[in-house]
Design a protein around this ligand. Structure first.
Ligand SMILES: [Zn+2]
Ligand SMILES: [Zn+2]
Length: 144
């Protein structure tokens, strides 16, 4: 989906679940769509300030949580205490640098297509498979 389709989809889902499409919500969603670094709430808040000078960090956080609940955005699981968010919805995996906190997206057909091991086969209903690589990125290695 391109940005325009995502926005249309966003408005459609908001209408369906009875979520008001406020200027704030739309701007927060758009900013996240344009962010490719899986920002924290704080980072996103700073980026939004020129457009929404009166918004509070708490509102940004609450909005993201609401959007996440309706599967409009994704909260990325990391080992950090601060939550990271992204607007990209195609299934993909992450490589996380534990030094700089950088998150790199990647695609890998193998885990996507592989069937589950027998021991977990009857665990329940699967929603998504995501793989996270933890380590130190090349740039941080070079800087050491
Ligand atoms: Zn790094
Ligand atoms: Zn990602």
């Amino acid at each position: 989906m391109n940005t325009e389709e995502r926005l249309r989809n966003f408005k459609e889902i908001c209408r369906k679940v009875g979520l008001k499409i406020t200027h704030q919500r739309l701007e927060i969603f758009k900013e996240l769509l344009n962010s490719h670094d899986h920002p924290t709430v704080e980072k996103l808040y700073h980026r939004l300030q020129p457009k929404l000078p009166t918004i509070s960090i708490d509102t940004v956080y609450r909005t993201l949580t609401t959007l996440e609940k309706h599967d409009l955005i994704v909260r990325v699981e990391t080992e950090e205490s601060q939550a990271r968010f992204e607007g990209r919805m195609e299934e993909h995996h992450h490589a996380i640098c534990k030094k700089c906190g950088g998150i790199t997206d990647f695609y890998w057909e193998f885990p996507d297509e592989a069937s589950l091991p027998a021991e977990i086969l009857n665990w329940g209903q699967l929603v998504k498979k995501s793989l996270t690589l933890h380590g130190i990125c090349e740039q941080c290695i070079q800087e050491e």
